[in-house]
Design a protein around this ligand. Sequence first.
Ligand code: FAD
Length: 425
Amino acid sequence: MLHRVAVVGAGAAGLCAARHILSRPDRFAPPVLFELSGRVGGTWCYEERVGTDERGLPVHSSMYRDLRTNLPKEVMKFPDFPFEEDLSSFLPHEEVLRYLQSYCERYQFNTVVEKVNPVVMTTEDGEEKTVWEVTSSDMSGHCRTETFDSVFVCSGHYSDPHIPVIPGIEHFKGTVLHSHSYRFAEPFSGRSVVVLGARASGLDISMELAKVCLSHARPRFTFPLPPGLRQCSALEAVQEDGSVRFQDGEVGVADVLMFCTGYNFTFPFLDCGRLGLQVDDHVVAPLYRFLLPPAFPSLFFIGLCKIILPFPHFDCQVRFALAVLDGSVTLPSRAQMEDEVRRQQQEKMERGVERRHLLVLDQDQWEYCQSLARTADFPPLDPVIRDLYQEVWRQRRIHPENYRRINYRLETVVYNKLNKMKALI
Ligand code: FAD
């Protein structure tokens, strides 16, 4: 019998899962892809509205109007599906959405997954097997429950803002918002904004705001800042008179506090305790190969890792998951998988990695993808992708305002690398 898969979410990860499942009609029935919104693309569906939608659901996307990708299309693409050749390397978000729309062919919309529950059933051969009851509701609130052999959780993790505790925040007299609700710079024109957090969004939004207002960010940047943008130490507290106090003792007045402090993991449709999973703000564990709970190896979480090259990473995880499901990869026992996760976590923490960063892969992502490819026997990522990704990060650190002006050509990177190697010989 064909294996039935439910895919939760039609962002890049869910589309990737659906595409690979559809390419295996010998083993898998066409997947059922649930998407709470009316469109494919997830994060890449720009929505000017913030807060909640007409159904009272939180607006999912954190995309802002003038965003251009921070990775060039040459490395950002799914390995088996290039962007159009005549596009520049760094794309406006509309182009990524167009790309994702052409990447997929079938989808099912306006359906929210409310519950995903494991149920043990007995097969015709008398064996016990876990299947998944997926309960969803449509626009009219009509609920239905269907049964699947496995579920791919592709619901994204950039929608539930993480706001750290700042003592005295209730005294702040201006506007407080999270980057999830930031769309464009104009409303901040002439205002003094304190941006907290200096990762991708913090850096990007600071650059946008610097054009229209005075902006402070937590220190991290080692490059000259554009006029109007100034680095401060971490925000320590808001004082009773509404002024902000920084860790180095500096006190200032601001009109806006903008939290670019990341997002929480949330899976409202899962009973994580029952699945043996611990989910807190930044960690989901234990997940064997950052992908599946050892106790339930037919539930797959696609794309939970951080500081990765998202689309190629999703592609590797989906291919590995399908190899598990079609039997070409045999998983170790539950105890062995749990042991491996524990060992890896311990190793990381001994290296000084904080618990909340356990899902950060960064440089480990290449070996991770490579090892999924080796185990499941699919083509590994081209090493040139890694070289170009690293070059872009280097450029981003030195020229945060201008790095997107470069147009990359993979052939050029290969050529330069070859030349460097020749020079070494
Ligand atoms: P999402 O895109 O979030 O998709 C999840 C989908 O699941 C959504 O459509 C949502 O509606 C649906 N969903 C959620 N819950 C349910 C439910 N219960 N029932 C049904 N449907 C549900 N990556 C890059 O590669 N390059 C970039 O330049 C880049 N820039 C970024 C800029 C910003 C501001 C942000 C926030 C992210 C950026 N990323 C970038 C990372 C980006 O998140 C990933 O590239 C990718 O789009 C994530 O895809 P996803 O499918 O995991 O999640």
